[in-house]
Structures are given as structure tokens and as C-alpha cells.
Write a protein that binds this ligand. Structure first.
Ligand code: ATP
Ligand code: MG
Length: 244
């Protein structure tokens, strides 16, 4: 079976900073993948290159065999994106925001209703986006990412800064999506529990290179470590998790 996504030999530098040093990633259809790594590891740069937002210095990205240069419009129709920080128009409400994005994607009113239900924002339809809590903003960002029923969801730190309840709600939402739709997903996170709960496979990035990849079980069995944070610490001297 051909991979849904194949990124090969991706490198990217910002002046003297080598953000990515020849990274290869493959994702099969239906697979959920977590990108883990400390601040500055290159997660956002890699995700934004896959999303066509940044251009790599070297390397290629193919999504269903298509590349950004020739098939930009078609790729946009099959991916859903939520960025590390999302800015909404502040003085329009939740449903207006979704309707606006729905016009970009040619999504129907029914689809707007469906994603509102999926993310549980039905009681906030008329709230201005500037009045939403952090968790509600993240859910709105997810709703936008899901509007076109994407085959590939790319989520950059979808639960950072949320309290444990709000984080759990987003996990449930994504877990449910995994069970009920053919969507594939790449998410970046600093929460090991999130990666273990949601993802089939993890990639540990360190200073622009892939340090390790595989299922959580395989990585832990091979190393004898009790969790991914301990494994990363043993290999790099750095912690993956925040606040430790
Ligand atoms: N536009 C830019 N200009 C200059 N340097 C950049 C730029 N974008 C990223 N970098 C640098 O590239 C490296 C990788 O950054 P990136 O944002 O990809 O890391 P990250 O893994 O997403 O980190 P975090 O966990 O903090 O979000 C960092 O050293 C960062 O300072
Ligand atoms: Mg980042």
C-alpha cells in the first residue's frame, strides 16, 4: 500500500540554526502519529513544511502522491490544519467563524453543524471568539480543521496550556474521530500521555533529527525504560515533558 504521506530528506535552516537535518517521515492511511521533542527540536518547522506553509531547503513532500508545487489546491482539499497558535477574527462569533471557513472549503451548513457537535461548541454559537476560553478556542480551531472532513489532520500542540479536563475532552474528541472516520493524523505534543493514548506510533525529534521512532511499547521494551520521558532523558540528557 502507498503511504498517505511521504516526506523525504527534509532539511531547513534559519541562518545558522539547522532546524531540520534530513528528516524522513512516512504515514500510512488511518495511522495516528505523534511528533515529540523538546522546545526547538523542529516539530513546528516539520509540520509546517508538510502543510505547505514553509518550503524546505532540500527534500520532498508527497501527500497521496501529490506535491505542493503542482497540486496545492487538491492537497488543501484533503488536509486539515491547526497551528500552534490560532488567531481568529475577534468580533465575529463562533458560527460566523465556521461559516466563513466553510465558504473557503465549500463545506455545507450540515457539515458546520456536524463539526460543532463533534467539538461540543453548540452552546457557544453566538459567543465572540475573543470571549472564548483557551479550551474553547482550541476546540474551535479543531472544528475548522475538521470542516472539510480531511484525510490528513495536522495538529500542532492541540492541547498545550489547557487544564486536565479540557485536555481530556480534546483527547476524547480525537479518539472518537479515530474510531469513527478514516482520518489519519500527525500531532505534536509535550504530553507523553497524549501520545500514548492517541497515537499508533511516535517519532522523537532532537535538534532537527529523528532520534527514535516506533510504537511506544516497542521503544520502551527495547530500552528497558519505564516511560518515553525517561528514555529521552537517557539518550539526550533532556526531558520531553514540561514542568519536571
Ligand atoms: N522563522 C524562524 N526564524 C528563525 N529561526 C526559526 C524560525 N522558525 C523556527 N526557528 C528555529 O528553528 C528551531 C526549530 O523550531 P521549531 O519551532 O520547529 O521547534 P518546535 O519543536 O516546534 O519547538 P516548540 O516545542 O517550542 O514548539 C528553533 O531553534 C527555532 O528557534
Ligand atoms: Mg512548535
Amino acid at each position: 500500500m502507498n503511504p498517505l504521506l511521504e516526506a523525504t530528506a527534509i532539511s531547513k535552516s534559519f541562518k545558522s540554526v539547522k532546524a531540520l537535518k534530513g528528516v524522513d517521515i512516512k504515514l500510512m492511511s488511518g495511522e495516528f502519529l505523534a511528533l515529540l521533542g523538546p522546545n526547538g527540536a523542529g516539530k513546528t518547522t516539520l509540520v509546517e513544511i508538510i502543510e505547505g506553509i514553509q518550503k524546505p531547503d532540500t527534500g520532498t513532500v508527497f501527500i497521496k502522491g501529490m506535491n505542493w508545487k503542482e497540486h496545492r489546491h487538491k492537497i488543501h482539499q484533503i488536509i486539515g490544519i491547526s497551528l500552534q497558535e490560532t488567531f481568529f477574527f475577534e468580533r465575529i462569533n463562533v458560527v460566523e467563524t465556521l461559516n466563513l471557513f466553510a465558504t473557503f472549503f465549500n463545506s455545507s451548513k450540515k457539515q458546520v453543524e456536524k463539526v460543532l457537535n463533534q467539538v461540543g461548541l453548540q452552546d457557544k454559537l453566538k459567543a465572540w471568539t475573543m470571549h472564548l476560553s483557551g479550551g474553547q478556542r482550541q476546540r474551535l480551531a479543531l472544528a475548522i480543521a475538521m470542516l472539510n472532513e480531511p484525510e490528513l489532520l495536522l495538529l500542532d500542540e492541540p492541547t498545550t496550556g489547557l487544564d486536565p479536563n479540557a485536555r481530556r475532552e480534546i483527547w476524547d474528541l480525537l479518539f472518537n474521530l479515530k474510531k469513527t472516520s478514516p482520518t489519519s493524523m500527525i500531532l505534536t505534543t509535550h504530553y507523553m500521555e497524549e501520545a500514548e493514548y492517541l497515537c499508533d506510533r511516535v517519532i522523537l525529534l532532537s535538534q532537527g533529527s529523528i532520534l527514535m521512532e516506533g510504537t511506544v511499547t516497542k521503544l520502551l521494551n527495547e530500552s528497558g525504560c519505564k516511560n518515553l520521558d525517561e528514555l529521552f532523558l537517557a539518550k539526550t540528557g533532556k526531558r520531553l515533558e514540561e514542568n519536571q
